[in-house]
Design a protein around this ligand. Structure first.
Ligand SMILES: *Cc1c(COP(=O)(O)O)cnc(C)c1O
Length: 390
């Protein structure tokens, strides 16, 4: 990434863009490249490319140990892991999810003939609001999927209380939350199970990948069967299933990245602090904070533009002109995307906080970035926000 200039003129006013190359949100972190390439060599030598090979087994063992959970069932991606978790838990009918999440949370249900019912969020944390969940329960409801958005834990106990009161299954989409803690406990052991994504854009990646993690032996066994077509042994199928297997090369990438994960987190945290300092005092702009008493990968730099979508969209356009590809995650909310928009045209009436937050959010790049790049990005935000307020 090359920085052409450090500050002042904006590309939307005709100056050349500050960054020569597009700077994406979610640029992949590549950990120990030499270790990875060495492992790829061993995989080719072994001639064992997939089907529960030694790298996948080692990866599962290391992840379970890191998270302090009994079982890690590695999968080809987070979406398939969600689908398998949903099936292994026997969910049917309606399942309550936030609308303020990546679309895969809702699609994993709909794809299996289950209706995702959207509940609202707490605007302070962007996480599911248990009172809103309670209001969405009907006789058809069988479960709740909490999402640990931006890696910050959903209100775990309060959601568990709602689930217990109504006899519902509770699982968590922990795609953002690898390495996060909640009140000192690692994410991974909450609810009936938790689902991770190791997609290239996440803080910790295996290129593509995901996992179901759980302390429930039986659930883990079912997820393992479903991941591998229901094979219990050679020529012996005892369950319906699909192909959700992680390949050896992805597991090797995960092992190489796991060894560097703490460094990645430290880098993200420093960047976050730089953004905070650089954006301090800009009126109408606030950075979503992480709870300092819990771990978080600090992967997501989430800015809220107080005055709403018109200014937010102008800041976004100014950043894009500089080659900074900031994102409006998860605008406009799942309930406004298809097929849910047509299925539930009035869902927004129950989702006031989601609709408001969706107009305000801007996610900025993080990862391997020099301090000057962060200062330049912050300067563009500051100039746009300041001219709007003066
Ligand atoms: C990335 C993500 C997923 C999907 O994971 P994939 O590995 O990309 O299939 C699901 N839920 C959330 C919240 C995500 O961010």
């Amino acid at each position: 990434m090359k920085l052409i200039r450090s500050t002042t003129d904006l590309a939307i006013n005709g100056a050349p863009p500050a960054f020569e190359e597009p700077l994406h949100v979610g640029r992949p972190i590549v950990g120990d490249r030499a270790a990875f390439l060495d492992q790829v060599g061993r995989i080719l030598d072994n001639q064992w490319l997939t089907n529960n090979g030694q790298f996948v087994q080692e990866f599962e063992r290391r992840i379970a140990e890191y998270l302090g959970v009994r079982h890690c069932v590695a999968m080809c991606n987070g979406t398939i892991a969600l689908e398998i978790a949903i099936r292994a838990l026997g969910l049917t009918g309606e399942v309550i999810v936030p609308s303020w999440t990546f679309i895969a949370t809702a699609h994993a249900l709909y794809w299996q003939g289950i209706t995702p019912v959207f509940a609202d969020i707490d605007p302070a944390t962007h996480n599911l609001d248990p009172d809103s969940v309670r209001r969405m329960i009907t006789p058809r409801t069988t479960g709740i999927i909490g999402v640990h958005l931006w890696g910050r834990a959903a209100p775990v106990e309060r959601l568990q209380a709602v689930a217990d009161e109504h006899g519902l299954k509770l699982l968590f989409d922990a795609a953002h939350a690898f390495g996060s803690t909640y009140r000192g406990g690692r994410i991974g052991s909450f609810g009936a199970c938790e689902v991770l994504s190791f997609h290239a854009t996440k803080a910790f990646n295996t290129m593509e990948g995901g996992a179901v993690v759980t302390n429930d032996d039986e659930l883990a066994e079912t997820a393992r069967l479903m991941r591998n077509f229901g094979f219990k042994a050679y020529d012996y199928v005892i369950h319906p299933g699909t192909n959700g297997k992680m390949i050896e090369v992805c597991a090797a990438m995960g092992l190489a990245n796991l060894d560097r994960f703490e460094e990645t987190v430290a880098m993200n945290r420093r960047n976050h602090d730089t953004y905070r300092r650089s954006l301090a005092g800009v009126s109408g702009i606030s950075l979503l904070d992480y709870d300092p008493t819990d771990h978080n990968s600090h992967h997501y730099v989430v800015v809220e533009v107080g005055s709403g979508s018109a200014l937010r969209d102008r800041i976004l356009a100014a950043l894009h002109a500089e080659n900074v590809l900031a994102r409006k995650y998860f605008w406009p909310g799942c309930h406004r995307m298809q097929p849910y928009r047509d299925l539930f045209p009035h869902a927004g009436m129950m989702l006031g906080h989601t609709e408001k937050v969706a107009e305000q959010v801007l996610v900025l790049p993080n990862g391997n970035l020099p301090t000057e790049a962060i200062e330049t990005i912050s300067d563009v935000v500051r100039q746009m926000a300041t001219c709007a307020w003066s």
